[in-house]
Design a protein around this ligand. Structure first.
Ligand code: IPM
Ligand code: MG
Length: 375
């Protein structure tokens, strides 16, 4: 019987539609080559849709819930007040669909230029797992005496044992299938209440995974260890806001936001997981053909790995790496090809079966979803 998957497509705003269209061309190629099919439904979520209808996530959640996975472009537009789409759509989806783990690989691929002098691909292959539903992102807070010289703003960070435990347990399982090292990244010397809870949970869960070594790094120290000695890290687990910040640094190390990808994973199969490039909507270059579609195409690979299409995922990752390595610049007018041309190049390699999987022999994107169940 042919394997079939139901996918919700959210191209979104800015460069989102361009890069998602490349990912869909690659998906066509992968289906032909690897013998599976998808049923795709596209949803008009994002700034235009919001400005026309006032609809955010709440209105589309029932339709999206039925999908096996969601492929997401990007969201954000200068015409919409900052925060409305980010909180009303992206954060709502992460919370309502309980996408508890935001998995962001930091991998320097062969042939891809990095701004870190002397860094080699062998030294840079780690995964950051960001708690994705709590912390400062719950949006709790209050302002008193707003607009006066006595204004007081309080912004809270919510940390639950259950929320931390599920993402820590996932991170240990991930580490178990890799180099068996888990690093907690926090700021326990200042955020003592939340920090202590995170440390307690890591210590408790570590008992179930005696094979995995644990380590701890403060988030500020992470900002120099990550670029200078990334080989110290295998799996890093961290709080929502710290994860947001250090994964942008991780993206820079691996060649920029255009290359970095992420999975927002629902860990108990109660709702679909969502796959997206890390870059934003980049409205300044939208429609110019200057965006690098690799982040979106690698998010497709992550999604296919998650859906059990590991061979297709690995081929897409390898094809993307091959094309990335041939570019004179990773984005912009000097990229040497347009967004659409790059998508077609990668799709052609996948369709022909010529993808050189030696480029990424240990594809994380292909294996991520095949994690053993929780103990
Ligand atoms: C990310 C983004 C989002 C976040 C924004 C767009 C809400 O920066 O996915 O890292 O802060 O989580
Ligand atoms: Mg971010």
């Amino acid at each position: 019987m042919t394997r079939s998957h139901t996918i919700a497509i959210l191209p979104g705003d800015g460069i989102g539609p361009e890069v998602v269209s490349c990912a869909l061309e690659v998906l066509d190629a992968a289906e032909t080559r690897y013998g599976f099919t998808t049923t795709r439904t596209e949803y008009a979520a994002g700034a235009n849709h919001y400005l026309e209808t006032g609809e955010l996530f709440t209105e589309v959640q029932d339709q999206l819930r039925d999908a096996d996975a969601i492929l997401f472009g990007s969201m954000g537009d200068p015409r919409v007040t900052p925060g409305i789409l980010e909180r009303g759509f992206i954060l709502e989806m992460r919370q309502r669909f309980q996408q508890a783990a935001n998995v962001r690989p930091v991998r320097l691929y062969p042939g891809v230029p990095t701004p870190i002098a002397g860094l080699t691909p062998e030294r840079c292959e780690l995964v950051i797992v960001r708690e994705n539903t709590e912390g400062a992102y719950v949006g709790q807070g209050s302002t008193v005496h707003a607009g006066t010289p006595n204004a007081v703003a309080m912004q809270e960070s919510l940390n639950t044992r259950a929320g931390i435990e599920r993402v820590v347990d996932f991170s240990f399982r991930l580490a178990l299938g890799r180099r068996k090292k888990l690093t907690l990244c926090h700021k326990t010397n200042i955020l003592v209440a939340a920090g202590q809870l995170w440390q307690e949970v890591v210590a408790d869960v570590a008992q179930r995974y005696p094979e995995v070594e644990t380590d701890y790094v403060h988030v500020d120290a992470m900002c120099f260890h990550l670029p200078l000695t990334p080989e110290r890290f295998d799996v890093v687990v961290t709080d929502n806001l710290f994860g947001d910040i250090i994964t942008d640094l991780g993206a820079v190390i691996q060649g920029g936001l255009g290359v970095a990808t992420s999975a927002n994973l629902n860990l108990d199969a109660t709702a679909p997981s969502m796959f997206e490039a890390i870059h934003g909507s980049a409205p300044d270059i939208a429609g110019k053909g200057w965006a690098n579609p690799s982040g979106a195409i690698l998010s497709l690979a992550l999604m296919l790995g998650h859906l059990g299409e590991g061979d297709a995922a690995q081929a897409i990752e390898a094809a993307t790496v091959e094309v990335l390595g041939s570019l004179p610049a990773l984005a912009g007018a000097d990229m040497g090809a347009t967004t659409a041309e790059l998508g077609t190049r990668i799709a052609d390699i996948v369709r022909s079966g010529r993808a050189n999987t030696e480029l990424v022999p240990d594809s994380l994107l292909a294996t991520l979803a095949a994690l053993p169940a929780s103990r």
